[in-house]
Design a protein around this ligand. Structure first.
Ligand code: IYR
Length: 237
C-alpha cells in the first residue's frame, strides 16, 4: 500500500492518540464513472433558480435530509461552522419578507445598488418585491458561525468559515435539486435583520437565505447560457 510514500499517514504515533479507520471505497470502472459523470452533469444542468414558488407544503423531513447532506461538506478543522435555521411560520415569513422588501427598496429605488449593478441584474428581472418569501412553504437561513463559545465561556474561532459555509450551501442546493425541490440563493442586503427575526446569537452571521418549495406551475426563468468549458477550465503543462 505504501511503497511510494516516504511518510506514512497517519503516523503510528498519531494513531495511538486519535482514532482512524480505513476509508471505505469501491473503485469503479472508467465506463461506469463516465456514465455517472454525464448523468450527474445533465441533472445539475437542469437546475435553475426560481423566483416564484407554489405555496404547497413540503414535509420537514425533506428539509432535514437536505441539511444533513449539506453538513457532509468539508470544513476548516472539521468545525462545521454553520447553522441552518428553517421556518414555515407564516408570521416569521411575513416579517422576513417585509424587512427584506424594505432593504431592497433602498437598493433598487434609492440606488444603493449603482447603475452598473442594476444593469447587470436587468436580464434577471429582479426588483424589490419579495412576495415569494411569504409564499414559499419554507425559508431556510444558513448562518456562518464565526466562533464557538465553550461552556466555560472561552471563545474558539473557526477557520475558513466562508469557504466551508459556501461549500455547505452548494451541497444544500444540490440535495434540494436532487430530491425534486427548488430554491433561490437569496441575499437580501443587508441581512443583519435576520439575527433579530430568527433570534440568533452575535457569533452567527447570515450567509444566505433559501426559500424552498415547488416552483409555481408555469413559472418562467431567464434564458441563460452557461459558460463553455473552455471559458472556465484550462490545463497547464
Ligand atoms: N439583493 C437584491 C439584488 C440582487 C443582487 C444580485 I448580485 C442578484 O444576483 C440578484 C439580486 C435582490 O435580492 O433583489
Amino acid at each position: 500500500m505504501n511503497e511510494y510514500y516516504e511518510h506514512p499517514y497517519p503516523s503510528a504515533k498519531l494513531e495511538s492518540q486519535y482514532p482512524f479507520n480505513v476509508y471505505e471505497y469501491e473503485r469503479l470502472t472508467e465506463e461506469v464513472m463516465l456514465s455517472r459523470a454525464k448523468s450527474f452533469y445533465d441533472k445539475m444542468d437542469r437546475r435553475r433558480s426560481i423566483r416564484m414558488f407554489s405555496s404547497d407544503s413540503v414535509p420537514q423531513e425533506l428539509i432535514e435530509l437536505a441539511v444533513k447532506a449539506a453538513s457532509t461538506a468539508p470544513s476548516g478543522a472539521h468545525k462545521q461552522p454553520w447553522t441552518f435555521v428553517a421556518t414555515q411560520d407564516p408570521e416569521i415569513k411575513r416579517a422576513i419578507s417585509a424587512a427584506a422588501e424594505q432593504e431592497e427598496k433602498i437598493n433598487y429605488l434609492e440606488n444603493r445598488m449603482n447603475t452598473e449593478w442594476q444593469e447587470a441584474l436587468a436580464p434577471l428581472g429582479t426588483d424589490h418585491h419579495k412576495e415569494f418569501l411569504e409564499i414559499a412553504p419554507w425559508i431556510v437561513v444558513l448562518f456562518e458561525q464565526r466562533y464557538e463559545t465553550r461552556p466555560d465561556g472561552a471563545i474558539l474561532k473557526n477557520y475558513y468559515v466562508k469557504e466551508s459555509v459556501g461549500i455547505a450551501a452548494g451541497l444544500f442546493i444540490t440535495a434540494l435539486h436532487h430530491m425534486g425541490l427548488t430554491t433561490l440563493t437569496h441575499t437580501p442586503t443587508p441581512m443583519k435583520f435576520l439575527n433579530k427575526v430568527l433570534d440568533r446569537p452575535k457569533s452567527e452571521r447570515p450567509f444566505v437565505l433559501f426559500p424552498v418549495g415547488y416552483p409555481l406551475e408555469g413559472v418562467k426563468v431567464p434564458e441563460l447560457q452557461r459558460k463553455d468549458l473552455n471559458e472556465i477550465f484550462t490545463t497547464v503543462f
